[in-house]
Design a protein around this ligand. Sequence first.
Ligand SMILES: Nc1ncnc2c1ncn2[C@@H]1O[C@H](COP(=O)(O)OP(=O)(O)OP(=O)(O)O)[C@@H](O)[C@H]1O
Ligand SMILES: [Mg+2]
Length: 368
Amino acid sequence: MNPKARELVSIHGKPVAVRGLTKAYGAVKAVDDVTLEVNAGEFVALLGPSGSGKTTILMTIAGFETPDIGTIEVGGRDITALPAGKREIGMVFQRYALFPHMTVAENIAFPLKMRKIGGRDAAAQVEAALAMVRLEGYGGRRIGQLSGGQQQRVALARAMVYQPPLLLMDEPLGALDKNLREEMQLEIKRLQKKLGATVVYVTHDQGEALTMANRIAVMSDGRIQQFATPMEIYDRPANLFVAGFVGETNLIDGELARDGAAWRFRLAGSADTVALEGQDAVDGWRDGMRAKLMVRPELVRVGPIRDGAPSGLVEELIYSGGTVVCMVRLPSGAMATARIAAADAAGVTVGDTVGLEWPADRVRVFAA
Ligand SMILES: Nc1ncnc2c1ncn2[C@@H]1O[C@H](COP(=O)(O)OP(=O)(O)OP(=O)(O)O)[C@@H](O)[C@H]1O
Ligand SMILES: [Mg+2]
């Protein structure tokens, strides 16, 4: 990139605050009392299943939807009543939404034109934006002459060309194939870090959220279920929904068992129990209460049978690179998954009865 271009494109991200946002369409509460505070220069992912309200939040921040209740602040300023065109927000949509009859350069210049920036200034800014997304020399092309990945880069350049302090992206990579999607994830992340932009990024792909975001807001039914770093979300999901939605996991049925001042978990269909350590939500727990124990497959170890400890029948071993996925039938009839090192799987055979172990402080228990 030429030095001039570097000067032209630097974004100073501003903090964003959504407060008490509620938005209904008829009887459907698309967003239900959502509060979300994003720091300047932070990359936040809104992650959730279809219909959970992600796009509605983004559209409200952008000003294309009006809240029923609640406010939107950018840079500490309340912009709830400001028209979309007056908000300094760059937007990237799933289907690019480029103008097919315009050239690449004209597409990128469009937001500048809307802001009455033209001539040499605009041309330099467009050039800088093209360089930023590694499309130097493509300005004269028509949109139809570009690949999907290149079109998405143009959409990114168009969103960033006027250096908005806030970028909103709604499933921007949804139309791309897997390889290109992963390449573009890194590209977007690189740009966001370099420019210092604040990004709110919608996705229903948990892998994408885990790799890209500083923090993830996990959504379901118009509500934020948890807002935390990828590591916290993965290791300490706040509830069953988050536990099941993010990452591979075992959710083992059973019940709580009091053990003096401590708690144990008894697996369904057996007398086997495991210790529980470092659990927060013990308020309201009662002896014998039904619960689910969450343990990630990579934490489960397969070994010799021990008295009173969980065990099961190995039904399947699936080799995948350096690890082996070991499927074990528990006494309850449910299947548990252990992801173990290939070396540890050497002594395990389908049909074996094996003991299962995991670190007591790395599991989560959710009482029913
Ligand atoms: N313009 C609209 N009119 C009526 N209902 C709407 C409208 N926009 C959204 N909804 C409803 O609001 C809810 C939330 O929709 P939203 O588009 O925000 O979900 P989403 O999380 O973005 O889903 P997806 O992953 O499928 O894009 C859904 O039940 C949807 O049907
Ligand atoms: Mg959506």
